[in-house]
Design a protein around this ligand. Structure first.
Ligand code: THG
Length: 298
């Protein structure tokens, strides 16, 4: 069977050009159009990201949820750092058991407020590896944080199968080391939390890179994550090639990159088109080539 990834479409977002203004002005049309487009592109979930929403989140998130679920049945992923908004948002979600809470991090006040809400909703929960001091600094801290989150969620009656661990993708402009750490975590996740799923905000990897080049980093990094069985990813559903990778329709590219991860060096002179793009991009993401804005043309 082809290796697939469930896409969580990221574009309905308070920062986005089309969706941000519509959210602030409470205009349903543009948000509903985007929901239809993301669902048609093959998204398994729609992320509804209102950001921190300090002022009006409690009112905004339920409005966005109702706006979207009145026109599509695609399960929702509620994305906010405002715990009151998250709670209010879940109250109006129709299909709670299929939905995702994005996210619970290893910060005590977030865990205290949101774990009971998730347990009651019986929803899926993204467990973000982000603690009171930010990102874990090494392998042991990452594993320790994951175990802490898993135990707290388990205690509330949330089964491992409902957990989606997010090791947090960092921009390639900060170097390839952090990316390797995230991959290592996914590789060992089943030993840390048997049955648990995973996710990642894929486009973080290309943050700060020229707009027209970002997609190459995102696509190849997704294939790398697939080697370690990533279950879901928060993605730009408007990238048709990326969605094809999610759906298991680019097996030849997956085989190429996974082969390189196993140390099989292809003859680059025989590669062209998408294969050559993935070859060059893998060299950057694995740290064998230092990142520069011209990595694809070298
Ligand atoms: N992990 C988890 N949740 C997350 C993230 C994560 N949620 C937020 C974020 N990271 C993932 N979501 C997005 C949404 C949009 C973009 C990136 C990540 C984005 N937007 C374009 C831009 O800024 O250039 C386009 C905006 C527009 O429409 O104009 O890149 O890591 N659990």
């Amino acid at each position: 069977m082809a290796n697939t990834v469930q896409a969580i479409a990221e574009s309905i977002n308070i920062m986005g050009k089309r969706s941000g203004g519509a959210m602030k002005e409470r205009i349903p049309g543009p948000i509903q159009e985007m929901a239809r487009e993301e669902a048609a592109a093959g998204a398994t979930y729609l992320d509804l990201n209102i950001g921190p929403a300090r002022k009006d989140g409690v009112e905004l998130l339920p409005w966005v949820v109702e706006t979207v679920q009145s026109i599509v049945d695609t399960p929702l992923c509620l994305d906010t750092t405002n715990t009151d908004a998250m709670t209010a948002g879940f109250k109006v979600v129709k299909n709670k058991t299929a939905a995702i809470m994005n996210s619970i991090s290893a910060q005590p006040e977030r865990m205290e407020k949101l774990i009971p809400v998730a347990a009651k909703a019986e929803c899926n929960v993204i467990a973000l590896l982000w603690g009171p001091d930010g990102m874990p600094r090494d392998y042991n801290e990452r594993a320790e944080m994951a175990v802490g989150l898993m135990m707290a969620l388990s205690e509330a009656g949330i089964p491992n199968e409902k957990m989606l661990f997010d090791p947090i993708a960092t921009p390639i402009t900060l170097g390839a080391d952090q990316l390797a750490a995230g991959l290592e975590f996914l590789r060992d996740l089943q030993e840390i939390a048997p049955g648990a799923g995973s996710t990642i905000g894929l486009s973080n990897v290309s943050n700060g890179v020229d707009e027209q080049l970002r997609k190459y980093l995102d696509r190849t990094y997704l294939i790398m994550l697939m080697k370690y069985g990533i279950r879901t990813a928060i993605v730009n559903a408007y990238d048709h090639e990326l969605m094809a990778i999610c759906k298991g329709q680019r097996q030849e590219l997956v085989d190429l990159v996974h082969g390189m991860m196993d140390g099989k060096e292809p003859d680059s002179a025989t590669l062209n088109g998408a294969a050559l793009e993935h070859y060059k991009t893998y060299k950057v993401l694995s740290g064998q080539t230092v990142f520069s804005a011209s990595w694809l043309t070298l």
